[in-house]
Design a protein around this ligand. Structure first.
Ligand SMILES: NC(=O)c1ccc[n+]([C@@H]2O[C@H](COP(=O)([O-])OP(=O)(O)OC[C@H]3O[C@@H](n4cnc5c(N)ncnc54)[C@H](O)[C@@H]3O)[C@@H](O)[C@H]2O)c1
Length: 425
């Protein structure tokens, strides 16, 4: 059988799920007008013709629309999961069956399968990589270094990936230029804050159906994600306590009216704990040891390292799955501590990730950054680059237009005034 007759290479749970996936992808597309307008232009101009793209992203309806956009631009795309629990199997099926995109992702895949899928992205011999957590770039810089020269550039979606890539850059080890999509204003100011804020609370509710009002919710980290989660929990009536290590951000949290205290103190009083730091072992065994019976622990940071899971397991006499995605750790003294989604990203594991409207901007940044690398990547150095300002401005302008919001433009007089130093009092 010819390759075309077999369809694209893939490893997905069930191609029979494709109709549900197609409906989900179309539903998301309605709320992604910026990406749609980019796709229409890409289809006319084919700026990615002849390029192989390896994308390692959460396999969701919104990502499907991004991948369709790249494909419309002429790219030959392979998509693999960036997290074992976030794959929407029906979307993976629709991508293969309806859109002809090579997809390797199964919800709940084990570590071996996850790694095999990453290798499928590597074996695609990409000109451009797209990461959410730097896994593809990590393998290319580790065991497949001979492929580095073939890569024009990469994009990185999230804070945690950028931290890893900047560390690599600082050691002089980055093998190709990478665009930090996360640092675009139209990404982190909206996606991390409003997207993570809403969808993390959504994940908490779907997993537990707990009443938030009146509870003490502890949010670790007051970065872009943490402040989104904290403000949404407050909006639902929780008494929110913020944990921070950065004095400026702690001060912002205080001025926003949140209680701020050390983790050791919060551990004793919290009912719900959500980590959003990008850091390791924020909630440790000594904290679990003093938590209240019934405390709920969850993480919305990138990796499942923010809660010390081995320490939690060591303290427990038994572990039972009491609801889907809710594990009850029973302590020797009878206390029950509830861990959600095995400590993985709560919003993607227990809900549907960010709403399409906010991913519209994040993925518009991804699509335009891939186009930027295709055009200008060869002239860039092996560094982490910001998304060019003009891309950020273009996305904000398109988003406002799609919302039907008009704004003023500076008059000539105002332009001259703002550009001068002579005019004083
Ligand atoms: N769930 C999602 O969909 C989603 C979306 C975007 C980003 N992320 C991830 O969420 C994490 C946070 O991202 P961000 O953009 O908010 O980052 P950020 O850098 O803006 O904020 C992180 C904050 O955590 C604080 N912090 C670090 N260690 C701490 C500790 N031990 N105790 C208390 N506070 C601590 C830092 O001082 C900082 O203010 C990252 O891992 C990122 O990749 C997740």
């Amino acid at each position: 059988m010819s390759r075309a007759a077999q369809g694209p290479r893939h490893d997905v749970a069930d191609l029979g799920l494709a109709p549900a996936g197609r409906r989900g992808i179309e539903w998301a597309e309605r709320d992604m007008p910026v990406l749609r307008s980019i796709r229409e232009r890409f289809a006319r101009e084919a700026p990615l013709a002849g390029l192989r793209v390896s994308a390692c992203l959460h396999v969701t309806t919104e990502t499907a629309n991004l991948v369709r956009t790249l494909s419309a631009g002429g790219a030959d795309v392979v998509l693999v999961a960036s997290n074992p629990l976030s794959t929407q199997d029906e979307v993976a099926a629709a991508l293969v069956r309806d859109h002809g995109i090579s997809t390797f992702a199964r919800r709940g895949e084990d570590d071996g399968t996850y790694y095999r899928h990453i290798m499928a992205a590597i074996d695609h011999a990409p000109h451009i990589t797209m990461d959410d957590g730097a896994d593809v770039i990590g393998v290319l810089h580790g065991e497949r270094r001979e492929m580095l020269d073939g890569v024009i550039g990469g994009t990185e979606e999230t804070t945690t990936g950028i931290i890893r890539l900047r560390a690599l850059e600082a050691q002089g080890g980055l093998g190709f230029p990478v665009v930090s999509v996360n640092d675009a204003d139209t990404k982190h100011l909206f996606d991390n804050r409003y997207g993570t804020g809403q969808s993390t609370v959504d994940g908490l509710l779907r997993a537990t159906n707990v009443l938030v009002a009146g509870r003490r919710a502890v949010v670790a980290g007051f970065g872009w994600c943490g402040r989104g989660v904290a403000s949404r929990l407050r909006g639902m009536g929780a008494n929110v306590i913020v944990l921070e290590v950065n004095p400026l951000r702690a001060l912002e949290a205080v001025m926003e009216g949140f209680q701020v205290m050390p983790v050791a103190e919060a551990a004793r009083v919290g009912d719900i704990f959500i980590t959003a730091t990008g850091d390791v072992n924020v909630l440790r065994g000594e904290h679990v040891a003093v938590m209240k019976d019934g405390a709920i622990l969850a993480n919305t940071g990138h990796f499942n390292v923010e809660i010390d899971l081995p320490a939690l397991a060591a303290l427990a006499e038994s572990v039972t799955e009491v609801r889907p995605s809710v594990q009850e750790y029973r302590m020797a003294d009878g206390r029950r501590i509830h861990l959600l989604a095995e400590g993985r990203l709560l919003n993607l594991s227990c809900a549907e990730g960010h709403p399409a409207s906010v991913m519209d901007m994040s993925f518009a940044n991804q699509a335009l950054s891939v186009e930027y690398l295709a055009r200008e990547g060869a002239g860039l150095e092996r560094r982490v680059y910001a998304v060019p300002r003009r891309i950020d401005d273009e996305i904000a302008t398109l988003k406002l237009a799609s919302l039907g919001v008009e704004i003023d433009a500076l008059t000539d007089e105002q332009l001259a005034y703002l550009a001068s130093w002579e005019q004083g009092t």
